[in-house]
Design a protein around this ligand. Sequence first.
Ligand SMILES: [Zn+2]
Length: 499
Amino acid sequence: MKAIIYTRVSTVEQADKGYSLEGQEKECRNFALLNGYPIDKVFVERGESAKTQQRTELQRLIKYSVEHKKELSVLIIWKYDRFARNLSDQMELVKKFADLGIRVLSVTENNEDTSVGRLMRNIIGSFSQYENDLRSERTKNGMIQAIKQGRWCWRPPLGYKKSRDESNKPLPLPSNNSIYIIEAFEVFQTGLYSQADIVIRLRREGCKQMTKGLLNRILRNPFYIGLIKVDWLPEPVKGLHKPIVSEEVFSRVQLILSGKRPSITPKVRNNPDFPLRNFIRCPKCGNKLTAGWSTGHKGTRHPYYHCRKGVCSVNVRKDVLETRFYELLESFQPTQDALNLFEAIVLDVWRAKQSDRIKEEYRLDKELQELIATKKKIDELLIKGVFDEETYRARAEEINNDILIKRVELNEAKIELNDIEACLNYGKAMMGNAAKLWANADLNLKQRFQTFIFPEKIHWNGETFGTTATSILFKQLQSIPNQKSDLVAPTGFEPVFSG
Ligand SMILES: [Zn+2]
């Protein structure tokens, strides 16, 4: 790494031999030699008099330093007051070079280990830090002010687009994508579909960017009910933007997300004797069967499932219907091979997802670095004198905001890693033992479980069950061939982890 030298003297000082330009340059060169710095260039300021403030060489020095900063490591001067008489101007200049990655060394003062040198370095360091802090504090304060007024300061979330109000301030508006958001909330609040089901559904409908991570963030984001929630404020703030989801739907979704899901059938109708009540449908009228005890000829009571409509005359004994249902579940249980394959596929998809996520993180990080580089360029333009102070401030403020926003985006992209192994083991155990699990579960769990496996209508045909669809999970498993050589995820396959 090379050194540059800057010397300056006034005519008055030249009277004294020790202060001559030649003398300064010689001492600077010796200093460089002693410290092992090859000399790149020497800048000599030939001031006509002490009164002359023009510093053409200093300007050239800064310009040169900006352009060659990569090759330069130190600037050697004879004394700090060669830079400027005023101490704060000296520091300003030292700091400017420090920003370029160039250390200023004085031949006669401030060598690294002297107390003055340390003080100088500390002060300069603190100043830079203070300035940076102040800048981000100002931006943050500005943002808090804006948020308190209900303004969203970042790129709007999916379902909204950037727009401005009458006073030309940012105000997000619902976009064409808002239909997907509304649908996601509406479908999820029923408690009948997993997030993975919804992701598949939305993608099929054209919302290609939907992922499970994104959906999860969406379902938890109070922005959609018109609130703005940030870490810096204790309470969410009512936003100026128009909500697209009702508070009622949103709170139901939060209950489901937190696991406090209300039972699928209303409590009053629940009866532990009849888990399939209000679930299996009448083959004739399509209504859900109810159940009860009927008294036989000899006064004994027998449990039955039956249609509410007398005309259908559909009656089926509890043990018959439930045994058949148990067998149906058994028939759905995938083989061990299929389960192992399922595990392999999920891991495959999961790894691909992880790498997508890492790519996204990488992209955001790259953009952040580019912004920081742009900011540096703006600083250089100021040093070069291309920008006046005001233009610089405006540009710098803008880019600092962008940097802050990009940081927020980057942090948001860093989703926590799931414990994939535990999820898989749970999933395998659940699917491999569906019938037994159902039989041993309590009423509430039974009902949730059966609704999960058969999210759509299921009829009793008198002998067997008819159903249009089982849960996507079981459907996918059944479509998995039993050969390991076919280790390819079916199109649209998404791992299902409810949560
Ligand atoms: Zn009926």
